[in-house]
Design a protein around this ligand. Structure first.
Ligand code: C5P
Length: 243
């Protein structure tokens, strides 16, 4: 019990901005130019594979120095020992959130959770359930059940392994909230403000709808990153939520 409380004390906080801006840029310079226009009190930042490969830990450190908390979206999936080591390295960078693929299995997720728990500033550790690029046919080809079966099963395994939550579509949020409880963290991409275009996202929800469905954090990319005034776009999303 004491150890568990200790772990919670060390955790990066869940308080703070619920908007996570996806820095999906091919160049480090573009990402930093956008960050210079945003306020760390209004949003957190998500760094994915391309930007991390280009900018590395130094980019994370520079964004953290500006006051931003970072979701390092590298979706680790490997043998337990390798994923645990990668998660520990991410935690030591001081990132706020890091993720793994739930399809790596319970042993891998448990190893990842033990690795981040051992670091003094423990990041939130979440799992990707099923990539939205999969449909029933592509999962069948892999010998896996359809998303409606597989997503809740993988979310349950993630919670049982001690993870903080999952990335899911806002359409899945209310079901997962009901099944996994109020403390399970739901991070939802595919969000579009009422007036925005859907781009290549198929099933979108507005920020207010996603929060009402049970989402804790909204991942938003192009409606902010491609806006002429990104901070104004972000402020209008916050207004839309408040309204
Ligand atoms: O620009 P947009 O708002 O569509 O960006 C959404 C972000 O969330 C991108 O970084 C995308 O890779 C990520 N994402 C997603 N769907 C998932 C998982 C992650 O759109 N299922």
């Amino acid at each position: 019990m004491g150890e568990r409380l200790q772990q919670r004390d060390n955790r990066h906080t869940r308080q703070g901005p619920r908007l996570i801006v996806a820095l999906d840029f091919p160049a480090v310079r573009q990402a930093e130019e956008l960050a210079a226009k945003l306020e760390p009190t209004a949003c957190r930042l998500k760094i994915g594979k391309e930007l991390f490969v280009r900018g590395g830990p130094q980019l994370i450190e520079r964004l953290q120095a500006r006051g931003f908390e970072i979701f390092l979206d590298l979706k680790f999936h490997d043998i337990p020992n390798t994923v645990a080591a990668a998660c520990r390295a991410a935690a030591e960078l001081g990132v706020w959130m890091v993720n793994v693929h739930a399809l790596g299995g319970s042993a891998m997720m448990q190893a990842a959770q033990e690795a981040v728990a051992a670091v003094s500033t423990r990041p939130l550790l979440i799992a990707v359930t099923v990539l939205t690029s999969h449909d029933a046919a592509s999962l069948r080809e892999l010998g896996l059940p359809e998303p409606a079966v597989l997503v809740p099963q993988l979310a349950r395994l993630a919670r049982q392994a001690g993870l903080d939550g999952v990335v899911c579509s806002a359409q899945e949020a209310s079901l997962l909230r009901a099944r996994e409880g109020s403390s399970f963290c739901l991070v939802t991409p595919g969000i579009r403000p009422a007036a925005a275009q859907a781009d290549d996202q198929r099933r979108v929800m507005t920020p207010a709808e996603a929060l009402a469905a049970g989402s804790d954090y909204l991942v938003i990319g192009r409606p902010i990153t491609a806006a002429p005034d990104p901070m104004a776009a972000l402020a209008s999303i916050l207004d839309e939520i408040a309204g």
